[in-house]
Design a protein around this ligand. Structure first.
Ligand code: BEZ
Length: 236
């Protein structure tokens, strides 16, 4: 039987694995260079490929929205520094996609020729490719804990609206101590922590907490306005 490599994968709740790497913005120490910030570490399979180009242009266009959310973007592929630089220059100087031109990528793009970082984060998925990182996205909080992980295959570009929604959602969970229902957006109802006793369950169903709406004793929500949610986003 052919031997297969087993790569470790950090999980939700783990501390983000540390690494030092050369990037298009100089050497970085991850995650310690970004103390007190949210971090999105994302991998792409290869420079000079169409899906990746469309993704980088989208992240480049949205960079200020992520900055406003106190979030540092860090990209990664297993290509070398000169390839990264040439690709980012091509994107800025030549690519006109969706009417977007002159898109400048200012966040660091990690050089990972040895696949050390990709292996550390489980971004190499042998079923998809042994030599390229898949489209992984790690959401890392200001305490450097991994909070959400997404994986997409090589052939499908990511949904950047969803990436931003996840970041906004995680910050809202932390800011208000709530959970968020399916497809939640700022201004939608939020889920309050479950009743911790039979007494509280009964009270809730009898309407004792007037700001709650209970669909049943275990499923109670309250309203937090869009303005209130947004006023607390990106705060340290
Ligand atoms: C792309 O980004 O277009 C791509 C990258 C690797 C394999 C297939 C497509």
């Amino acid at each position: 039987m052919e031997a297969t490599n087993v790569y470790s994968m950090p999980r939700i709740g783990d501390s983000a694995p540390e690494f030092q790497a050369v990037t298009t913005q100089g050497t970085i120490h991850f995650p310690s260079d970004y103390k007190g910030k949210w971090k999105i570490l994302f991998s792409h399979p290869a420079d000079f490929t169409p899906v990746c180009t469309s993704e980088f242009m989208t992240f480049g266009k949205m960079a200020e929205e992520f900055e406003a959310l106190n979030c540092q973007l860090v990209g990664l592929s297993v290509d070398g520094l000169h390839s990264h630089i040439a690709w980012l220059r091509t994107i800025k100087e030549k690519i006109d996609w969706k009417g977007w031109k002159n898109v400048e990528i200012k966040f660091p793009l990690v050089v990972d020729i040895t696949m050390e970082v990709a292996s550390l984060y489980g971004m190499i998925q042998p079923g998809e490719s042994n030599t390229s990182a898949v489209r992984a996205v790690f959401f890392i909080d200001p305490q450097d804990k991994i909070r959400t992980i997404m994986y997409y295959p090589l052939s499908l570009g990511r949904n950047f609206d969803e990436i931003k929604r996840v970041l906004v959602g995680l910050q809202t969970v932390d800011n208000f101590g709530v959970a968020l229902p399916a497809d939640w957006r700022p201004g939608d109802e939020v889920i309050v922590p479950p009743a911790g006793s039979c007494g509280v369950a009964k009270e809730r169903m009898e309407g004792a907490e007037s700001d709650l709406h209970c669909y049943d004793w275990f499923f109670c929500t309250k309203q937090i306005s869009k303005e209130e949610v947004e006023s607390r986003l990106g705060k340290k």
